[in-house]
Design a protein around this ligand. Structure first.
Ligand code: ZN
Length: 682
């Protein structure tokens, strides 16, 4: 590759916004190879330098390098996700392992670790800004957690553990997938299927036909499984599917797909690794990078929540039992009846459909409402702008402050289409940083998969989609409204895992606020606002069985926390014994003895949630409690908005999330607001 080609490579142009109209798959490998070669060069120089490390001669060049790699790569991975093609996918897959290897080497380079330590121990450290000190501290922490402080013989063992853990986690997930895929149930008798909605039946019929069979095919994949559990009147059918689902990857199936031994091995290895790093257990190690301070604090948090939620959960369960007995003839409510009876009860209590609600939320009105909330509480302006994009449906916006100064920009790509990954997410295109020429303003990608407009009708959003939009925009605001000058903790970078959902879930609250929401509605045909009575039903439906759902999340969280805490992975007590014990304390629904939930709890054994499942509830408490200050001061209070910006959004990861929260709220987080928002107050 000659210099001219590199100069013309749009992925290597960092002077402004990405040149999405020019980026081709053929640009990827030359750009990444070039950046990694340069990166290795930089790292080698930094690692072998002999002068005393300072921010300017050591950390800044490292951040410069990382910023360039991540800016180039974020364009590649974004396009791979939203305008996928065979060429792009190949380029992506070819380069991903190179990047992984590059960062693995960086994180294990003892010379770099020694340079960071030297910086921390030098006189220069005290003169760094608090933000810069935080970046150095985070680096030291991550090196330590990566085993950098271990003696050589232990280092090898530590590395072997990490490798084995990643193999075991992958195997756990594979087993679960294999057992899920392995099951299928063909049904020929139409009356067995009474109650199941038409679209689910259609899908089941198509699936059978694909296998060259007549009738209907059901599997354990969620979109096939769930409608049966929720709607099938045939109790035996529900039981059959429930049993298959609840015993996946256990001793009841093929021995080679049984996750029981994997659970035990994973727990032992995690425990061993944490003890090597001088933690009492894996739970403590997991919390080293989180907002929660100790396993005891998480335990207490969950216990407090359980105590408050359980009476409501019991009431929910009582209501369901009575309803099932009197209206459905289900005297004894079984595990496979819960979803079914709940659905019937929900329909009876709150009869409205998503379709009905959707007519009130045309795209333009929703976006206008979202931007209006943002403008009102933060005193900024959001307006459409222009930039090269990857697809004709993608749009570009800018946010300016009250003086007209640019704060941040974002791409908005709302509709589902072929070759676009499902789901909704926010990603970083450019991160805010202070550079020699001034501030580089942040840019975000906001991606959703809503239905595109049909004919001359605008796109219509369900209320869930409106909430999703607000949620992702909240992540976007965290990224775009940051005021941090240094890369490593700017925006969402360096924010603790259990606190990162605060701004996103915070924004969701506005979707349940009558005075905000009604202005976002305009019936697509009549132009009418959402009727208050329909809104009231939506609120009531939102809190339906909130008690039961809360204690279920607590059950999983306590199980996860204790399993990685006091639990002895070498002892005689099994994970099944433990979950039964937890259920004795908090659950209102008792699954059958043969239920093997731990064997398919992939969040904690295959995902990143080991000793971290509590984060869901933890972050909900933070966001609800933060929002409650707006409820006290007026939900569109500009003064409160300013404070939320200054103390939370602006700070990014530059200080602990708890400090930011207290600075905003004036006190530590409290669970009351969450319980109130979920209708769990007396
Ligand atoms: Zn989120």
């Amino acid at each position: 590759m000659n210099d001219k080609a590199l100069q013309d490579n749009p992925l290597l142009d960092f002077s402004g916004l990405p040149r999405f109209d020019e980026v081709k798959a053929a640009h990827v490998t030359p750009a990444i190879d070039h950046l990694l070669l340069q990166g290795r060069d930089t790292l080698e120089q930094l690692a072998s330098a002999t002068e005393t490390p300072t921010w300017e001669n050591f950390v800044r060049p490292m951040e410069d390098m990382e910023e360039q790699i991540s800016r180039a790569w974020s364009q590649v991975s974004h396009m791979n996700a939203v305008v996928n093609s065979p060429e792009l996918r190949e380029a992506y897959n070819e380069n991903l392992p190179k990047l992984t290897a590059f960062y693995a080497d960086l994180s294990q380079d003892e010379r770099l670790y020694a340079r960071f330590r030297a910086l921390r121990d030098s006189a220069a450290y005290a003169s760094l800004s608090a933000t810069q000190r935080k970046i150095v501290d985070n680096e030291l922490r991550d090196f330590r957690l990566g085993g950098a402080e271990l003696p050589d013989d232990q280092k090898a063992r530590f590395k072997a553990i990490q490798e084995e853990l990643s193999t075991l986690s992958a195997k756990f997930e594979e087993n679960l997938l294999d057992t899920t895929n392995d099951f299928s149930l063909y049904i020929d008798q139409a009356d067995t299927l009474r109650g199941i909605p038409e679209d689910a039946l259609q899908a089941a019929q198509d699936a059978a036909r694909e296998d060259g069979k007549t009738g209907w095919k059901f599997t354990l994949h969620f979109p096939s499984y769930m409608p049966v559990l929720q709607y099938a009147d045939d109790r035996a059918l529900r039981e059959q599917l429930y049993r298959a689902y609840a015993t996946r990857a256990s001793e009841f199936g093929k021995p080679e797909w049984d996750n029981t031994a994997l659970i035990s091995s994973i727990l032992k290895l995690r425990h061993e690794a944490s003890v090597m790093l001088d933690y009492a257990n894996y739970a403590e190690m997991s919390l080293a990078t989180k907002m929660a301070e100790s396993p005891a604090q998480v335990e207490e948090f969950l216990q407090t929540l359980a105590k408050r939620a359980k009476p409501f959960a019991e009431r929910d369960m009582q209501e369901l039992r009575e309803y099932a007995a009197s209206k459905l003839g289900l005297a004894e409510l079984q595990a496979w009846d819960i979803a079914y009876a709940s659905e019937k009860l929900r329909e009876e209590k709150y009869a409205f459909s998503d379709q009905e609600v959707k007519q009130y939320f045309p795209e333009e009105q929703v976006l206008h409402g979202l931007f209006k909330v943002t403008e009102t509480i933060f005193g900024v302006h959001v307006r459409k702008s222009a930039a090269p994009v990857w697809h004709e449906n993608a749009e570009f916006y800018e946010i300016t402050d009250h003086q007209g100064k640019l704060v941040g920009q974002f791409y908005l790509d709302l509709y589902a289409r072929n070759n676009k990954r499902g789901g909704a997410w926010m990603d970083e295109a450019i991160t805010r940083r202070k550079k020699s020429h001034g501030i580089e303003t942040p840019v975000a990608f906001l991606t959703c998969n809503f239905s595109a407009p049909v004919g001359d009708k605008p796109a219509l959003f369900t209320h869930d989609e409106v909430i999703t939009m607000f949620h992702e925009f909240g992540h976007g605001l965290h990224h775009m409204l940051t005021q941090v000058d240094d890369y490593g903790v700017s925006g969402i970078k360096g924010v603790e895992w259990d606190a990162v959902e605060l701004p996103s879930q915070f924004m969701e609250n506005f979707c349940w606020e009558w005075d905000v929401l009604r202005h976002m509605t305009k019936h697509v045909e009549t132009g009418a606002q959402l009727p208050r009575a329909l809104f009231d039903k939506m609120i009531a439906a939102k809190n339906f069985q909130a008690g039961m759902q809360t204690v279920r999340q607590i059950e999983f969280s306590l199980f996860d926390m204790r399993l990685h805490g006091d639990f002895d992975p070498h002892g005689s007590k099994t994970s099944l014994d433990l979950i039964e014990e937890v259920r004795d304390e908090v659950a209102v629904v008792r699954p059958p003895k043969w239920n093997r939930f731990p064997n398919n709890f992939s969040h904690i054994f295959a995902g990143g949630y080991g000793a971290g499942y509590y984060s869901y509830k933890w972050a909900e408490v933070l966001s609800a409690d933060a929002y409650s200050l707006f409820e006290e001061n007026g939900v569109l209070s500009e003064e409160t908005g300013r404070r939320f910006w200054d103390e939370i959004l602006a700070q990014g990861g530059s200080r602990p999330a708890l400090e930011s929260f207290i600075a905003f709220r004036g006190r530590a987080p409290d669970i009351d607001a969450l319980l109130r928002h979920n209708g769990m107050t007396t």
